[in-house]
Design a protein around this ligand. Sequence first.
Ligand code: HEM
Length: 403
Amino acid sequence: MTTTESVPDYPMTRAAGCPFDPPPQLTRLQQEAPLVKVAVFGKPVWMVTRYDDQRQLLPDQRISADVFRPDFPGTTRDPLPESERGSVGFIVMDDPEHARLRRLVSAPFAIKRVEAMRPRIQGIVDRLIDQLLDGPRPVDLVTAFALPTASQVICELLGVPYEDRDAFDRAGSQLANVGLPMEDRIQARIGIGKYLDKLVGDKLADPGDDLLSGVAEQVRAGRLTRWDAAGIGVLLLSAGHETTSNMIALGTLALLEHPGQLELLRDSDDPAVVAGAVEELLRYLTINHHSRRRQVIEDFEYGGRLLKAGDGILFPSDIANRDPSVFAEPDRLDLTRDASRHITFGVGPHACLGQPLARVELQVVFGTLYRRIPTLRSAVPMDHIGFKQDSALYGVHSLPVTW
Ligand code: HEM
């Protein structure tokens, strides 16, 4: 896309003192027009600002998720080298290959299968809360609770042996850290890819009832290569690790800042109330705050504008989830509203495969933590808390809490 007008740089900065709200400049763009231009690393791209348009366009087959295409508007200045293609997984592929690979690993994420994991997830959360209660105060909720919860659930799902979990945890954090130099991120990905390749080999020799054993079975049947199988493992680790843990810590902070809402959650043991609260927290916080990123691959007209092959196109779900035509008083955290239409898990062929698992994890956490530690509170003032402004996943770097 070429343009002579000056366009605002993206991502934009949140307003000081409003850590839970999208950047005001972004909200203004949404009010101005449904389709606007912004610049990513100096290059102009389209931005679809409103909820209905995002829902309509994200599934469009004339739009690609393949980050390896030239001029793709990625989250890092340096594009990923082509040699990385196999190790990123199907999240950056287009159909039909994307759909083929996704189908091969979908079964363990079916709602029934995930529900069957609920008691094990409850056990993980209960044990981690026991450790919190037995340990020193104040304590960082991120490292002592949020990260280990997400990590232990993924390890349980994939079938990662207990003794490897620390290394696995570190790799998950490194993969999500867009602040790391590209070379270090590639090295982290190669390291964890090699580990997962070895683990797939182990599962081929000695299968269990975990997800990686199922993937190994697909390798044995000739439907997947060993390398694709390891790439799927890396994708599940990186997609499911920091996401859930950021939601746990940021969600806790948001609730501590809204004590009336926290009380609603703490005082109810109705699973429907907890489930509704989780949906509203997902909407309100929209932790994937740097847009779903795509590229147009075929010219077409939308809303009176010509989208041309090669144009970058962004879908910021944070402002879609605050679109006042869909959510009344969108900037208010209201755990009693019906927020189920939020698009925090994406829309279209790439919509989050792990959403049933994320939901169960968050329901267990938000339904347990504040009931077991009713006096939980932040141990530092709000202006001492560091937010992950520059990371593609929003959250807090640490959250010192006490009770
Ligand atoms: C609160 C937690 C989570 C959030 C907010 C979240 C959000 C998302 C979003 C927005 C996408 C779409 C990406 C795109 O359109 O480009 C996505 C995709 C994906 N997520 Fe999640 N996710 C979460 C947890 C998980 C978990 C726990 C797992 C599994 C272990 C997971 C696995 C995946 C996978 C495999 C994809 C790729 C789907 C595809 O390309 O077909 N996610 N997630």
